[in-house]
Design a protein around this ligand. Structure first.
Ligand code: ATP
Ligand code: LTN
Length: 332
């Protein structure tokens, strides 16, 4: 059965292979049999300061990458969050139905807030804006990496709370998570996830990296001194991460890779992995270069925003009605 799917990616920094394998690849598969909305969540990205020109560039980069990896604007709605003002509006209403206690338990907030004497309030209420993104479109399924599980649970809690208090208002969404082990870890520190915001550029491979950079990042990736090729997330997190990446890009199982490289050292495996990544990213980069400065990209985003607004408007009429807000809009 066709489902309404929603997901979002922040336009901060270059999209990396963790985002691709963890999120974008699923987005492309899902658009075949579902009604998908994919949002570039620029309002989320300003929870940390952004240079305006950089942010504008990153929004278009992410949009172009969405298309380059295979999202088709004829099949999926692709749009920018701030083009649909209802996201912020619903976020406020949901904030009034969220508790400071539950928000302070969010691990992503605790991590991002670490060491700061005073954090922007938006960093704290970030998950409520995410809940608004999802609930605004009556989304049934939200494909995300495991790191977002807590935010999805919070979204469900808020939806149920509002439904119980104000009457049936929201569809309660479900998360669709990656298999264990499919989380891509940082190349320089396999105990933390690969992230756009990490300082060391060699901690990640961005989808737009050239072959020389990819080679450098993989060859210097942290492994261990044991030297034998074995999949063991606890004892050998660095090597296991490389095996996961290899397997995800090549479609070859981890077991068969272990067998293939058992006799050799890490160097051979790393060298082949570079080739596998480069050949997978090449067509994506080609497509990206073709469309990044095209009118096709701008019209896809405009059309996406217009259609998203229509759906959002309907939900907001319902929300206003349940809460007793917006007499004019609800028409009651
Ligand atoms: P940040 O550096 O700000 O934490 P990020 O790299 O986590 O950013 P997001 O925009 O927050 O990127 O995530 C986009 C999508 O990619 C989300 O669905 C997220 O769960 C997924 N994702 C992010 N990092 C990874 C990873 N290392 N492995 C698998 N999936 C990931
Ligand atoms: N918080 C998410 C990005 C995000 C999102 C969403 C994902 C914002 N709104 C709605 C799914 C649905 C992240 O950091 N990956």
């Amino acid at each position: 059965m066709r489902k309404r799917i929603f997901s979002g990616v922040q336009p901060t920094g270059n999209i990396h292979i963790g985002n691709y394998l963890g999120a974008l690849k699923q987005f492309v598969e899902l658009q075949e049999d579902n009604e998908c909305l994919y949002c570039i969540v620029d309002l989320h990205s300003i929870t940390v300061p952004q240079a305006s020109q950089e942010l504008k560039k990153h929004i278009l980069d992410v949009a172009a990458l969405y298309l380059a990896v295979g999202l088709d604007p004829k099949k999926s709605l692709i749009f920018v969050q701030s083009d649909v003002p209802a996201h912020s509006e619903l976020a406020w209403i949901l904030m009034c139905n969220s508790y400071t206690g539950e928000l302070s338990r969010m691990t992503q907030f605790k991590q991002k807030n670490r060491g700061q004497a005073s954090a922007p309030a938006g960093l704290f209420t970030y998950p409520v804006l995410m809940a608004a993104d999802i609930l605004l479109y009556d989304s049934q399924v939200v494909p995300v990496g495991n790191d977002q599980k807590q935010h999805i649970e919070l979204t469900r809690d808020i939806a149920l709370r509002v439904n119980n208090t104000y009457g049936e208002t929201f569809v309660v969404p479900e998360g669709r998570y990656l298999k264990a082990g499919a989380r891509i870890m940082a190349l320089d520190d396999p105990t933390s996830k690969m992230s756009k915001s990490a300082e060391n550029i060699h901690s990640r491979i961005s989808l737009l990296d050239d072959p020389a950079k990819i080679k450098k990042s993989i060859m210097r990736a942290t492994t261990d001194s044991e030297g034998s090729v074995r999949y063991d997330l606890a004892e050998k997190p660095g090597l296991s991460n490389l095996l996961n990446i290899y397997s995800a890009f090549s479609g070859q199982s981890v077991d068969s890779l272990v067998e293939q490289y058992a006799g050799g050292g890490y160097g051979v495996l790393k060298k082949d992995l570079v080739d596998v990544i480069v050949s997978n990213l090449e067509p994506i980069q080609q497509h990206f270069n073709d469309i990044r400065h095209s009118s096709e990209l701008i019209s896809a985003l405009s059309e996406g925003a217009a259609k998203a607004k229509e759906i959002a408007q309907k939900t907001m009429v319902r929300v206003h009605d349940r809460f007793g807000l917006g007499i004019r809009r609800a028409g009651k």
